[in-house]
Design a protein around this ligand. Structure first.
Ligand SMILES: Nc1ncnc2c1ncn2[C@@H]1O[C@H](COP(=O)(O)OP(=O)(O)OP(=O)(O)O)[C@@H](O)[C@H]1O
Length: 309
């Protein structure tokens, strides 16, 4: 859906993006992650055709944006990090005006605007002035604006910044919904813990270069190596120790006084599920069983540390 090949962007003497290649497929929510100045906004603006790359190619739905100048307008929705709002309009008027610019007929506009206000949790502010909205509310309104034309590809620059916890839950649900509709989403942020919840894949940038990209769980496994399991055993400790010792993904576990065992595990969710089934099937009374969640913050630090060392 979105394909970037060998992209390089220079600002005069300064190279902001080096040889970047990235694919975002249907239903994929890709987190573009990197510290300040890594080149995330430059990449997004280049995808939108707002910056001319030094070389490289951006394709949307299989067509180069340079071959079809209306492609971006038709197929890409962009939400900038600091959206400007100048006009003194009411929230619904702002969205209605935008829907009209996409030639959505007047007869359908009111229902579309109301549906999107509800989707982003802004129905209460329908008649409020846009200039008086808080930053988080403005972000919600801009998200509604971005979704109204039903674009195949969504580019969201820092969509969660300034948004309250309920707003982040709403954003997560909206992203799930657009992903289920088969759209491709590229979302930038430095709030790594949140990206962990929102994304199915990640692309980590450092000083204009893509250092790691792939499915969240795969990247995590590749970079972090193994994960850990924590199991609380109520009864059947000897069987527990034997089953874990026989499991090819688990590191050896030492007997201990307490009943919570933590050990390294070189497997994903499937393999952890298999181990739990073996434990329960083998008569071990398991009170709790948890796999450490993929942790982007740790991943990011690890990648950053590798790059810098
Ligand atoms: N118009 C410009 N002219 C010259 N250099 C620029 C310009 N815009 C960005 N840069 C530089 O390019 C690099 C990448 O900037 P960019 O805004 O793409 O980073 P970013 O990852 O989006 O950062 P942030 O997280 O702070 O938004 C930075 O070093 C920045 O100073």
């Amino acid at each position: 859906m979105l394909s970037i090949r060998d992209l390089r962007v220079d600002y005069d003497e300064f190279c902001a993006v080096h040889d970047l290649s990235l694919e975002v497929g249907p239903g994929e929510v890709c987190g573009l992650i990197g510290p300040n100045g890594a080149g995330k906004t430059t990449t997004m603006r280049t995808i939108l055709g707002l910056i001319e790359p030094t070389y490289g190619e951006v394709k949307i739905l299989g067509t180069s944006i340079h071959e079809d100048h209306e492609l971006v307008g038709r197929a890409v929705g962009f939400m900038p990090d600091f959206p400007p709002v100048y006009d003194d309009l009411k929230v619904w008027e702002f969205l209605d005006l935008f829907a009209a610019s996409y030639r959505i007929p007047r007869s359908r506009r009111a229902a579309i605007v109301d549906r999107h206000l509800e989707m982003v949790g802004l129905t209460e502010k329908r008649d409020a002035g846009v200039t008086g909205l808080s930053r988080g509310m403005r972000q919600r309104m801009m998200l509604a604006k971005t979704l109204i034309p039903d674009p195949a590809v969504l580019l969201l620059d820092e969509p969660a910044s300034g948004v309250d916890p309920q707003g982040r839950i709403d954003l997560k649900n909206i992203l799930k919904q657009v992903s289920a509709e088969g759209k491709a989403v590229l979302i930038s942020s430095h709030i790594l813990a949140e990206m962990n919840e929102f994304c199915t894949s990640v692309a980590i940038m450092e000083r204009g270069r893509l250092v790691v990209a792939g499915r969240l769980d795969e990247v995590n496994r590749r970079i972090m190596g193994d994960t850990s399991l924590s199991v609380e055993v109520l009864a059947g400790v000897n069987d527990f120790l034997r089953i874990v010792a026989e499991d090819e993904h688990a590191s050896p576990v030492e007997p201990r006084a307490g009943n919570v065992y933590e050990f390294r595990f070189r497997g994903g969710a499937e393999e952890a599920g298999d181990l739990l089934a073996k434990l329960v099937g083998g008569g071990v009374r398991v009170a709790s069983f948890s796999r450490r969640k993929d942790n982007l913050e740790e991943l990011f630090l690890k990648v950053g540390a590798k790059e810098l060392s």
